[in-house]
Design a protein around this ligand. Structure first.
Ligand code: PEP
Ligand code: MN
Length: 336
């Protein structure tokens, strides 16, 4: 349920209403926008009489929210959420970010070369996997702790905030200085992991499940937000379909739908969506054109020899070209 208050309501009146609502055992979520304050109710609202609340002087209107996701819902928070990742690095609400880097962290010189190159091309964040979810147990699984160490070292040298994937909540202490924790497509519905990430105060980049619906993605975001961590970035990375010429099928309609349903930033990963380096640019441009708040793109200094996902990785030069063209598209659609 959401309760929109009239303009210029006094704080004491609002607090009085909140205490009364909470006496019904529901939790409240306040969204103070430029034009309107909204009280969102989370929990069992069946005993709350909407007519009674609508009749109060300070209340403009009351709506029951039918969707099962509440905190992620745009009705709870009409304005776009802007997530601050580091000084000068924000995403959402018109702030666009490139997140770029190799699929997996391999060596110090690889990380340094790629980081410096993508930074020069305008990437705001550096990505790199230390714990890699691989379909085959015989494939390279990532450098684990050493991978995180190399990421942090590159962050220290370049000043770029870093994004890396968590696969096991037991590893969380290793992520203390990581700026954004990624939850990969295979863990989108690992609810115990999501609940734990809801208890920390760090942005979470949540990917859409391999065969997950948009609603399921939003419910996974809700798991994190329900615990109190409201800094969730949603990522469309393609879904499983019957198509075989691409690794997944990029569902760009998800960007429009998610922006309508939710206030959270939405980014697109054209690398995992297509699995083919030459398709990354056209899909990146399309993602920018339909309003994505950012792009996550795999970049490797030597794609043919990458230990993971070489065929979909761009060279730094190719990334530079994509970044320039994406910015031109953003300009054309009136983005910042
Ligand atoms: C990744 O970003 O490296 C990754 C494994 O992606 P996904 O979870 O989307 O497959
Ligand atoms: Mn990858």
């Amino acid at each position: 349920m959401i309760i929109s208050l009239k303009k210029d309501v006094r704080k004491e009146e609002m607090n009085h209403l909140i205490s009364w609502l909470e006496s019904y055992g529901v939790r409240t979520h306040i969204s103070e926008g430029e034009f309107q304050t909204i009280i969102g109710l989370i929990g069992d609202t069946t005993r709350i009489d909407t007519d009674l609340i609508s009749g109060l002087d300070i209340v403009d209107n009351v709506t029951r929210i039918s969707e099962p996701f509440k905190k992620a819902n745009r009705k709870f928070h009409p304005e776009d959420t802007v997530i601050k990742i580091a000084e000068g690095v924000e995403i959402g609400g018109g702030h666009f970010q490139f997140i770029a880097g190799p699929c997996s962290v391999e060596t110090e010189s690889q990380m340094e070369t790629v980081a410096n190159a993508v930074k020069a091309s305008g990437a705001g964040l550096l990505r790199g996997g230390a714990f890699k979810p691989r379909t085959s147990p015989y494939d390279f699984q990532g450098l684990h702790e050493e991978g995180i160490r190399l990421l942090l070292e590159t962050k220290r040298r370049t000043g770029m905030p870093i994004v890396t994937e968590i696969m096991d909540i037991g590893h969380l202490p290793l992520f203390e200085d990581v700026d954004v924790i990624q939850v990969g497509a295979r863990n989108t519905q690992n609810f115990e992991l999501l609940k734990e990430l809801g208890r920390i105060n760090k942005p979470i980049l949540l990917k859409r499940g391999i065969a997950g619906t948009i609603k399921e993605l939003l419910m996974s975001a809700e798991y994190i937000m329900a615990g109190g961590n409201e800094r969730v970035i949603l990522c469309e990375r393609g879904i499983r379909s019957y198509e075989t010429y691409t690794r997944n099928t990029l569902d760009l309609s998800a960007v429009a739908v998610l922006h309508e349903m939710s206030h959270l930033p939405v980014i697109v990963d054209p690398s995992h969506a297509t699995g083919v380096a030459r398709y990354v640019k056209p899909m990146a441009l399309a993602a920018a054109a339909c309003g994505a708040d950012g792009l996550m793109i795999e970049v490797h200094n030597d794609p043919p020899h990458a230990r993971c996902d070489g065929p979909q990785s761009l060279t730094p030069e190719q990334f530079d070209d994509v970044a320039k063209s994406v910015l031109a598209v953003r300009c054309a659609i009136g983005g910042k």
